[in-house]
Design a protein around this ligand. Structure first.
Ligand code: 3PG
Length: 312
């Protein structure tokens, strides 16, 4: 969960709550659609480096078009802004591609169960690298998070090491993204959530493109695309468009809501988002799960709620 800034939340403000409610509902709905199309694409066209590049490309194209048509006012940013953005974009790129690689190897639900352990990574990095101290209750809340994820992973019917490690790397990268965002956005010109995410997409696209060519490359993509079109039909193209556009839209809405809420409220929203993704993807993809596997996931998610309470 990205943390850009932390405006103070005013309580008892009815219209504000409605606005935040609308942001959250939109964010989760867009995220569910992204996850479904992303997996539908990866099932028949397993090239996560290309699909994650296309998500960033779609977002960049949408924003360039919005700026050119003056639908959105272009941000007034200087070199300093891009310098501060670079580490955030690097972490965003790594976290994004790692999550997509993970989802190409395992069930969407499994990736998101492991990704619900992000708070544990946040505490570990803050404690070990930044020397931050936390109350005992925060450390205790990590027990159900780690235990629940461990149980879910051990009992996962389609366990795959690349899929597991991808989700773990994504967790670590996104923790760094949050730390760098916080530091970067504190100083200098302020850019709203929508334009901040646009700049993040553009820079991440520049970082990711050469690696996508190096790891997969046009030969693989051409052959894979032929198979995908033969299996699904030419409309598989629209699945790729859907996953790319919805990736941008859900992230944009999440960054826009971040303008309105504290990082803590944001991370609670992000966990609740994972619950809706896990449940809907299990239903849509008929993911086989065992009761003990589901208990592990539920304990991990409960742990993230306890963590947010403890942090408060
Ligand atoms: C990605 O591809 O970047 C991941 O699906 C992002 O996951 P998150 O936004 O749910 O943390």
């Amino acid at each position: 969960d990205p943390v850009v800034d932390s405006p103070t939340e005013t309580k008892n403000d009815g219209s504000r709550r409605v606005k935040i409610g609308i942001y959250f509902a939109t964010w989760w709905a867009l995220n569910v659609v992204f996850n479904i199309y992303n997996k539908k694409v990866l099932n028949v066209f397993p090239y996560p480096w290309l699909t994650s590049t296309l998500s960033l490309a779609a977002g960049s194209a949408i924003m360039f078009a919005s700026w050119a048509t003056r639908l959105v006012e272009a941000p007034d940013v200087d070199l300093d802004f891009w310098k501060r953005l670079a580490p955030v974009a690097l972490a965003h790129t790594i976290g994004h591609v790692a999550a997509t690689v993970s989802m190409s190897k395992v069930a969407v639900s499994f990736t998101h169960i492991i990704k619900s352990a992000e708070p544990a990574f946040s505490v570990a990095v803050s404690r070990l690298l930044l020397g931050e101290q936390f109350p005992l209750s925060v450390y205790l809340s990590l027990i159900p998070i780690i235990g629940g994820c461990g149980l879910a992973a051990l009992t996962e019917l389609n366990f795959n090491m690349t899929g597991f490690m991808g989700a773990m790397i994504s967790n670590l990268a996104f923790v760094f993204r949050n730390i760098f965002s916080k530091r970067g956005m504190k100083s200098g010109k302020s850019v709203g959530g929508m334009n901040y995410y646009a700049c993040l997409s553009i820079m991440s696209l520049v970082f990711l493109t050469p690696f996508a060519f190096a790891v997969e490359g046009p030969k693989m993509w051409a052959a894979g695309w032929q198979t995908a079109v033969q299996t699904i039909g030419p409309h598989v193209f629209w699945w790729v468009v859907a996953q790319s556009v919805f990736y941008h839209l859900y992230n944009q809405v999440s960054y826009m809501s971040l303008d309105e809420i504290s990082p803590l409220t944001f991370s609670i929203g992000n966990t609740m988002k994972r619950v809706s993704v896990i449940v809907s993807s299990i239903i849509i993809f008929h993911t086989p799960i065992q009761p003990v596997n589901a208990i592990g996931a539920a304990v991990a998610i409960l742990g993230t709620f306890l963590y947010s309470q403890a942090k408060q």
